[in-house]
Design a protein around this ligand. Sequence first.
Ligand code: ZN
Length: 205
Amino acid sequence: MTKIIRHQNPPIQSRYQDYKPFLRIDFTYQCAYCRIHEAQWGSQRNFAVEHFRPKSDPRFKNLTLAYSNLYYSCNRCNDFKGKTWPSGQQEADGYGFCDPCREDFYAIHVKQNSNGVLEPLTNVGRYTCDHIRLNRKILRECRETERRLLNDVRSTHRLLRRLEQKHGEQKTSEIRSVLEEYIRDSREKLKGLHVFFRPAVPVDE
Ligand SMILES: [Zn+2]
């Protein structure tokens, strides 16, 4: 994953909600924070136009319609983040939300353990995980499943190579077709997860 890069240049709108079609494309149909895809979370109806700097905070009133302050977010992340913004002291101590349009959150601020739990590496990582609840059950399960499937595909490839080296291609052709089918199945399941993938097309409604 990398940081999110915007390419859309939408005409000025009078309602922030009207930027949603442009945000969908810029955020590749995924939540800016948890990275869940529309296909995984029941279509764009369950996604919101989120204000990175909260619109309810008087300091950020002038950003209510600023496209650069609008993020595509699943309804859960949007609800959890809500009006939260770090205090001056918290900011001075290095706490605050990671801005996924400026930094690759998953590469810099957290690491993922084998159970799919994100472990914060920085104060920003801790603040973001805690306030957006990025270790909620469904996300942990998706990450854990993705990791298991990836490991399965890799170890099956390794097994196939070892068998061919030991017994020759001809003798292993039967088991090869079984293992290749298993790899294909696992790849299909991985595509269905979408959490850390960036499909180029939206889900049909
Ligand atoms: Zn989300």
